[in-house]
Design a protein around this ligand. Structure first.
Ligand code: MG
Length: 158
C-alpha cells in the first residue's frame, strides 16, 4: 500500500445565460461557467487531483471534449466514474482540499451543500474535505468576475 498525492487546477469563463454549477450545487447567479460539460470547475479540479494520484493522466484524456457523449453532462457523473476507477485499483481517498478563487458570487454560503454532495461520492467524512473560497482581490480576469478558478489537492491510499 502506498500513500499518494495529486493536484488539480481548472479555470472556466463566466458567461451570461448559463446556470452556475460549482461542487455539484446550482448557485443562483446571473452567469454560469462555460464548458463542454456543465462547467463545474471545482469538480474538474478534484477529478484531475484524483487522476494525478492514480497516475491516469487528466480529465481531458479520459473524457475528451470532442466526444459528444460528454456534452452538457453533469460533472458529478464524471467524478463518479473516476471514483469507480479509484476503487478498481483498491484505492481509497483519505483527504481532499480545495481553494475556489472567485470574485463573484459569494461562495461561502454554499460550501455546506457542496460538501454534502461531494463527501458521499468521494466516500470521505465531512472533516476530510476542505473547501475554501477567496477572491482574487480584484486582480486580473478572475478579479473582474470573468472567470472562476479552483486548485484541489488529494491524498489517496493505493
Ligand atoms: Mg474544466
Amino acid at each position: 500500500m502506498k500513500i499518494k498525492t495529486g493536484i488539480g487546477y481548472d479555470i472556466h469563463r463566466l458567461r451570461e445565460g448559463k446556470k452556475l454549477f460549482l461542487g455539484g450545487v446550482e448557485i443562483p447567479f446571473s452567469k454560469g461557467l462555460e464548458g463542454h460539460s456543465d462547467g463545474d470547475c471545482l469538480v474538474h479540479a478534484i477529478i484531475d487531483a484524483l487522476l494525478g494520484a492514480t497516475g491516469e493522466g487528466d480529465i481531458g484524456k479520459l473524457f475528451p471534449d470532442t466526444d459528444t457523449r460528454y456534452r452538457d453532462i453533469r460533472s458529478l457523473k464524471l467524478l463518479e466514474s473516476v471514483m469507480d476507477r479509484v476503487r478498481d485499483k483498491n484505492g481509497k481517498v483519505l483527504h481532499v482540499d480545495c481553494v475556489i478563487i472567485a470574485e463573484f458570487p459569494e461562495i461561502g454560503p454554499h460550501v455546506g451543500r457542496m460538501k454534502r454532495i461531494l463527501c458521499p461520492i468521494l466516500q470521505i467524512e465531512d472533516s476530510d474535505l476542505g473547501i475554501k473560497a477567496k477572491t482574487n482581490e480584484g486582480l486580473g480576469d478572475i478579479g473582474k468576475g470573468e472567470a472562476i478558478a479552483v486548485i484541489a489537492q488529494t491524498l489517496l491510499e493505493l
